[in-house]
Design a protein around this ligand. Structure first.
Ligand SMILES: Nc1ncnc2c1ncn2[C@@H]1O[C@H](COP(=O)(O)OP(=O)(O)OP(=O)(O)O)[C@@H](O)[C@H]1O
Ligand SMILES: [Mg+2]
Length: 352
């Protein structure tokens, strides 16, 4: 396996030897490594640099990522670039109405000697793209989503542990077409982040035309699997102040208490806020997590999990506007401040 050769320094050998990012060297190494990956991805996916960064955030947080966008905005291109930038296996599952769960997990097939051997499905890869996930029926969707949750699959009663790292990226078209199966709330919750891929700016679109009207750039693997695992461990080793935890709880609580919200953010969601904030801090090369990291990831962690009341939906209120409101109203309290009356009363420091 080749090792990453960052622009700023020697190759990042021995990744995995040390598994936290407490020291200055570790945060520098994390920053270099994540920049190297993002630079490689940017050779293929043009513009909106925050989008590849969010995908990498999900990978480092050991989460999974849902990409939403209209056809032709480079969702598949982006996933291929991310998968191509790291060593390891990559499988793509095109979701179609006739896809069955065993097309994802695999099946036992009889061999000549009368025994059965497992023919592994595409889920047995480091990076799995579930393309157009809403085009397969619920039963097939849940085969993927269960695997994401458990990091293992059961085939004919036998349990198989999946690869490590194991990273699922699913794409879905936001416009409900005929014959599509929207993911139910209980399933969409399995995605740590949902990222909406918008249209490129005119300048970026020009760059896309120049880049792709000749030949698509070839993405090279610039990080080993050991380096990816090291980044995951490093994010877990970052310092998180009580203030950060309290802020995540307060944001989730605000959505739950909101009159327009029928189903607010669960503890899985507030935990997701902290996990994603850790990864976001690491990508920045910081050894500790700030409430601001939580603020940056919150729209991507929370909006897909909020279910609004029917009357709020009828009024055209969106989860985005609820989240925006939460971010502007929920105070960031110092660790030693009282934490009752979340979202109300006098704040030690008001986020804005
Ligand atoms: N931001 C971008 N950067 C690079 N290429 C882009 C970008 N936007 C669009 N393209 C180009 O547009 C084409 C379509 O991209 P792609 O197939 O990845 O889109 P998609 O979002 O997966 O579409 P679909 O929903 O139909 O599957 C590709 O040739 C891709 O290179
Ligand atoms: Mg596609």
């Amino acid at each position: 396996m080749a090792h990453a050769q960052g622009p700023e320094g020697p190759s990042l050998q021995d990744a995995g030897g040390d598994d936290t990012a407490h020291g200055h060297d570790d945060t520098t190494r994390a920053r270099t490594l994540t920049r190297t990956i993002l630079d490689e991805v940017a050779r293929s996916f043009v513009g909106h640099s925050e989008i590849p960064e969010l995908v990498l955030t999900a990978l480092i947080a050991r989460g999974h990522c849902l990409l939403e966008g209209v056809p032709g905005v480079a969702k598949t291109t982006l996933v291929k670039a991310v998968a191509g930038s790291i060593h390891g296996s990559f499988k793509r599952i095109q979701f179609t109405p006739d896809l069955v769960p065993s097309d994802i997990t695999g099946t036992y097939v009889p061999s000549r000697d009368g025994t059965f051997t497992l023919r592994q499905g595409p889920i047995f890869a480091h990076v799995v793209l579930g393309d157009e996930i809403n085009r397969a029926p619920a039963r097939t969707q849940s085969a993927l989503l269960e695997a994401m949750q458990e990091s293992q699959v059961t085939i004919d009663g036998e349990t198989h542990v999946l690869a490590e790292p194991f990273f699922v990226l699913a794409t879905q078209n936001p416009i409900e077409q005929e014959g599509t199966y929207p993911l139910p709330e209980s399933q969409i919750d399995r995605f740590l982040l949902r990222v909406v891929v918008p249209y490129p700016s005119a300048d970026d679109e020009l760059k896309i035309l120049r880049t792709y009207s000749t030949r698509a750039p070839e993405i090279r693997p610039v990080a080993t699997l050991a380096e990816v695992l090291w980044l995951q461990n490093a994010a877990e080793g970052l310092y998180v102040d009580d203030e950060v935890y309290a802020y995540a709880v307060a944001l989730a609580g605000y959505t739950r208490a909101h009159p327009h919200v029928a189903l607010g953010a669960s503890p899985r969601a507030s935990l997701g806020l902290v996990l994603a904030a850790r990864a976001a801090a690491l990508i920045e090369g910081r050894g500790y997590v700030l409430p601001d990291d939580v603020r940056r990831v919150a729209p991507y962690v929370l909006t897909h999990r909020l279910m609004l009341t029917a009357s709020a939906e009828a009024e055209g209120i969106s989860p985005d506007s609820i989240l925006h409101e939460a971010l502007s109203r929920v105070p960031i309290r110092r660790a030693d401040a009282r934490t009752d009356g979340v979202g109300h009363g006098v704040a030690a420091r008001v986020a804005g």
